[in-house]
Design a protein around this ligand. Structure first.
Ligand SMILES: Nc1ncnc2c1ncn2[C@@H]1O[C@H](COS(=O)(=O)NC(=O)[C@@H](N)CS)[C@@H](O)[C@H]1O
Length: 439
């Protein structure tokens, strides 16, 4: 992409209403624009990162054998009356009436809707296990939306729902989700720690939240420092193997890690003093087991092996897709701006032309552009008539992992300058070597 043909409305000033760094940087880098309280337009750069986060979520959910689909944002109130949550959910639910005076709502979550889909089509244990998921916008009328996309009113969530014939199978589904989440967050360059949590309005008794440690996090957390040494890496996992998934879950849930809702001082004190940590965390996902909480009242049953009609055991599992952009920036930035992990960066490499209009420099930039593109690495070419300082500042602000700077003087010596955003280090290399170095 050429900057003169893109739409990147970077801001010179730091917007006063932004209280945390991710909100400030998302506004300044021209990624989002507030439409109304807690509701944002996703401008091109932000939208590109959002799609990259979605792609990783889709890949890891499907690797775990979960099936993608898409449910609407608007739901009938009747479904929520069946489960008894229509009134229980409270003022966070945006209630809407259509022209025929029918009660609708903008879905804050989809347990009722997915259970209705399941009960309409599945009636035998032979069709199980089954996990359906979608990535869809949600609405929760937060009384105090804040911190930009971190606590929005309209936000993008992956919500997945497992259907199993019994408790053991549903716990395997729970473990499968935990394993898929560990890999998902690592691929985004995040360390998200699973912590035992309280279940809130969704209900049920088994639940873990995934938290990214950050001073600006809304949750207070207590954990054993040993848990931060765990790495998932690119280990191969047989997601159908119950013991294998249970083993990984055990590895990640043995060290003490809890939010303030479930913190137990007595147990925490058994952790060696030098390893006890308290901090704050950003909740980027949550997994739940809630048994027959929805299948019972809504009559979602299957005939089991013994020929009995039994309500299916379920769980729901969410990832805050739009919140993740804020969490990643909180975890990866410096004074000059964002530092995108390779897995989610909007462009892989910036190209800065120090002398736009100089035949040599222009040609070298075009060749770099083609070479990077040929390697499947999307460049952002700053071809504006701007002075170098402004071009460098923009590249640092929007946080691309690599920048190649091209100038007439360097070209005379057959070199360009390759700069790593993470380390700030620069090297003079031939254009071919510079392109080879961009991961
Ligand atoms: N107001 C919000 N703004 C941005 N992200 C949010 C907001 N509320 C929740 N999320 C994200 O959505 C994730 C899942 O939300 S949740 O309430 O914990 N879980 C559910 O809704 C269940 N139905 C799981 S499918 C959270 O972990 C969080 O990362």
């Amino acid at each position: 992409m050429r900057l003169t043909r893109y739409f990147l409305p970077v801001l010179k000033e730091t917007p006063s209403e932004a209280q945390i760094v991710s909100h400030r940087l998302m506004l300044r880098a021209g990624m989002i624009k507030q439409a109304s309280a807690g509701i944002y337009s996703w401008l091109p750069l932000g939208y590109k990162v959002l799609r990259n986060v979605e792609r990783i979520v889709h890949e890891e959910q499907q690797r775990a054998g979960h099936i993608p689909m898409l449910m609407p944002t608007l739901q009938s109130a009747d479904l929520w009356r069946e489960s008894g949550r229509y009134d229980a959910y409270g003022p966070e639910m945006l209630r809407i009436r259509d022209r025929h005076e029918r009660d609708l709502l903008y879905g804050p979550t989809n347990e009722e809707m997915i259970t209705d889909i399941f009960r309409s089509h599945v009636s035998s244990y032979r069709d199980l296990p089954m996990t359906l998921y979608h990535i869809q916008w949600k609405f929760r009328d937060e009384i105090r939306p804040r911190f930009g996309v971190m606590r929005g009113r309209e936000f993008l969530m992956k919500d997945g729902y497992n259907f199993d014939v019994d408790y053991e199978s549903a716990i395997h589904a729970y473990n499968r989700h935990m394993v898929s989440y560990l890999r998902t967050y690592e691929r985004m360059g995040l360390q998200a720690i699973p912590m035992r949590a309280d279940s809130g309005p969704i209900g049920g008794d088994d639940t873990h939240e995934f938290l990214v440690l950050a001073d600006t996090g809304e949750s207070e957390v207590f954990y054993d420092a040993a848990i931060t040494d765990l790495k998932f890496g690119d280990r191969k996992v047989d997601y159908d193997n119950r013991d294998e998934c249970a083993e990984i879950v055990k590895e990640w849930t043995t060290p003490y890690a809890r939010t303030d809702e479930t913190h137990d001082e007595a147990i925490f004190n058994q952790v060696p003093e030098e390893r006890r940590r308290t901090s704050r965390g950003i909740e980027v996902g949550q997994i739940f087991y809630f048994g027959t909480k929805y299948s019972e009242p809504m009559g979602a049953t299957v005939v089991n092996r013994e020929g009995q009609h039994v309500p299916v055991h379920m769980g729901s599992h969410g990832i805050g897709v739009s919140r993740l952009l804020g969490a990643i920036i909180e975890a990866s930035h410096d004074d000059n701006g964002i530092i995108w992990p390779e897995g989610v960066t909007p462009f892989h490499c910036g190209i800065v032309n120090l002398k736009q209009g100089d035949a040599e420099a222009d040609r070298a930039c075009e060749q770099l552009y083609d070479a990077l593109t040929a390697k499947g690495l999307e460049p952002l070419y700053d071809d504006r008539e701007e002075r170098a300082g402004a071009k460098f500042a923009t590249m640092d602000l929007i946080g691309l992992p690599w920048r190649i700077t091209v100038g007439p003087r360097g070209l005379k010596n057959g070199v360009v300058e390759l700069t790593s955003r993470k380390t700030g280090e620069s090297e003079e290399l031939s254009p071919e070597v510079a392109v080879a170095r961009v991961a």
